[in-house]
Design a binder for this molecule. Structure first.
Ligand code: SF4
Ligand code: SF4
Length: 431
C-alpha cells in the first residue's frame, strides 16, 4: 500500500502543493526568527518562518492534516518575506506560503465563508477597475471631507482606525490618459497604474508622471493593463493571479522602454511573473521579457543622470516597504534620492520591519496588524519626523493611522511626492 508521502501527503490539491524540494531546503538554523515580525511580537515558534515551514512539512509527509490551527498560523504570516531575505539556505518562503494558501483555498467549502468572501471581493471588486472605482469613490471623498474629524469621533473602534487610514491629499482618481507626458524625444517609459493606486492615490501617480517627465522620460501608460494580481496570489488564488499577469503582459507588449511601478507590492509581483507562469505553454518567454522591463520608480530614477535635486530641509523618516526591501532588494536608492532632494534623513529602529498593512491583513488579523502599527507609531514618536516616506499604498494607509496614534504632526508622503516638491521648489533644476 502506498504511503502518505507517495500519495503526495495530505494536501487537498497535491499537484499545486508546496514543492517538497522547497520545504527540504530549510535546515532549521533559526536565523530567520528575529527577522520575522510575528515571531518578534509573540516569541512563538509556531508564529515563525521555521515553524510555518515545519507545519507544511508535516502535511507533506502525511504526519498532519491541514488543521484549522495550522491555517491560523499561516494566516498570521504577513508574507513580508523578511525571512527569505536573511535565509542562508535560499528557502523560497514566498512561494511556499502562496502554495500553502492555495491548499487552504482548495479545501471543501464548508466553514470557509470568510475565505470565499475575500476571494469574491478580490476577483469581482479589486480586479475590476470600474467596480473598484465605484466602491472607492465615496471612500476617497470621505478622505477629503472637512467633517471627517467629527465622523471619526462617532465611529466605533475598527471603523475609526480605518477612517484614519484614508488619505486626504490625493484628489481625484488617476486615469491612464494622464500619463502621456514628458519629452517627445526622451527615453520611453510606461507607467503601471495598478488598482487601488489609481483610485485612492491619484496625486501620487500625477507626481510620479511629473518626476519621470522632468527626469527626461517620455511617459505613457498602455490601455488594457489590470491589477497586478499580488493580492490574489498572496491569498492563494493563483489561477486568477495568472489571468491578471497574462493580461498585463499582453497590454505592455506593444510598448517600449521600462515599465515603471510606484507600488512596491505590485512591482515585486510583476518581477515574479516568470515564476507565476512557469510551465504555462507560450507564456514563459513573454513573462521573462516583461519582468526584465519592470523597474521600481526609485530604481529607475537612481540609475539616471538627471536626479531630482533640492533643499527641502525637512526631517524625514523613510520606511522600507517589505516588497521593495526584502523582495526587490531596493533600500539604498530611495534614501539616496531623498538625500539628493535635501531631506534630513533620520533612521528609525525597525524601518524594514513590516508595518502590519500587508494587503488585507488588517481585516484578517486586526490584532497583530494593530500591534505592528503601534510599534511603528512608537518609532515615529521617538524620531519626531516632519515627513514619513514610503513607496507602497498599504504602508501609506497604515502610517496615516500610526502618526495619529503617535501624536506626531508628520505628513505621510510617497517618494514621488517628495521628489516632485523638491524639483518644483528648485525650479526644475537637475543634478
Ligand atoms: S533561515 Fe532559512 S534555513 Fe534557517 S530556519 Fe529560517 S527558513 Fe529555515
Ligand atoms: S513572511 Fe514575514 S511574517 Fe511570514 S514568516 Fe516570513 S518574516 Fe514572518
Amino acid at each position: 500500500m502506498a504511503s502518505e508521502r507517495e500519495r503526495g501527503g495530505r494536501w487537498p490539491e497535491p499537484a499545486a502543493a508546496p514543492a517538497a524540494a522547497d520545504l527540504a531546503r530549510c535546515v532549521h538554523c533559526g536565523l530567520c526568527l528575529t527577522a520575522c515580525p510575528t515571531y518578534l511580537v509573540t516569541g512563538l515558534e509556531t508564529e515563525s518562518p521555521r515553524g510555518r515551514i515545519q507545519m507544511a512539512r508535516l502535511i507533506e509527509e502525511g504526519r498532519s492534516q491541514l488543521t484549522p490551527a495550522i491555517q491560523e498560523h499561516w494566516s498570521r504570516c504577513l508574507q513580508c518575506r523578511a525571512c527569505e531575505a536573511v535565509c542562508p539556505s535560499g528557502v523560497p518562503y514566498g512561494r511556499i506560503q502562496e502554495r500553502a494558501r492555495a491548499q487552504v483555498q482548495a479545501q471543501p467549502a464548508s466553514g470557509r465563508a470568510a475565505l470565499r468572501l475575500r476571494r469574491l471581493v478580490l476577483r469581482q471588486v479589486v480586479a475590476r477597475p470600474r467596480v473598484l472605482g465605484a466602491v472607492l469613490a465615496p471612500v476617497g471623498r470621505f478622505g477629503g471631507w472637512r467633517l471627517r474629524g467629527l465622523a471619526e469621533r462617532l465611529l466605533p473602534g475598527r471603523l475609526r482606525t480605518m477612517s484614519r487610514q484614508l488619505p486626504s491629499n490625493q484628489g481625484r482618481p488617476f486615469r491612464l490618459e494622464e500619463a502621456a507626458a514628458g519629452n517627445p524625444d526622451g527615453e520611453p517609459v510606461q507607467l503601471f497604474g495598478g488598482c487601488v493606486m489609481r483610485e485612492l492615490f491619484g496625486e501620487t501617480h500625477r507626481a510620479t508622471v511629473r518626476v519621470l517627465a522632468r527626469a527626461g522620460a517620455r511617459v505613457g501608460a498602455p490601455a488594457g493593463q489590470r491589477c497586478c494580481g499580488a493580492l490574489h496570489a498572496h491569498e492563494g488564488d493563483l489561477a486568477f493571479a495568472r489571468q491578471l499577469a497574462k493580461a498585463n503582459i499582453a497590454a505592455f507588449e506593444g510598448s517600449a522602454g521600462a515599465i515603471v511601478v510606484n507600488s512596491a507590492g505590485c512591482g515585486a509581483a510583476m518581477k515574479e511573473y516568470p515564476e507565476l507562469l512557469a510551465g504555462e505553454p507560450g507564456w514563459e518567454e513573454r513573462a521573462a521579457a516583461f519582468a526584465a522591463r519592470v523597474r521600481d520608480l526609485a530604481e529607475w530614477l537612481a540609475a539616471r543622470p538627471r536626479l531630482p535635486r533640492g533643499a527641502l530641509g525637512v526631517r524625514t523618516v523613510y520606511q522600507d516597504a517589505c516588497h521593495l526591501a526584502h523582495v526587490q532588494g531596493i533600500r539604498r536608492e530611495p534614501r539616496a534620492l531623498l538625500a539628493a532632494a535635501g531631506c534630513e534623513l533620520v533612521e528609525t529602529e525597525g524601518a524594514d520591519v513590516c508595518c502590519g498593512a500587508a494587503g488585507l491583513y488588517g481585516l484578517v488579523q486586526p490584532g497583530m496588524s494593530a500591534e505592528l502599527r503601534r510599534r511603528k507609531a512608537g518609532s515615529f514618536a521617538a524620531a519626531r519626523p516632519e515627513v514619513i516616506v514610503t513607496g507602497n499604498p498599504g504602508c501609506h494607509l497604515q502610517y496615516l493611522a500610526a502618526v495619529q496614534e503617535a501624536g506626531v504632526g508628520a505628513e505621510v508622503l510617497h517618494l514621488a511626492e517628495v521628489l516632485d516638491r523638491a524639483w518644483r521648489a528648485d525650479g526644475g533644476a537637475s543634478g
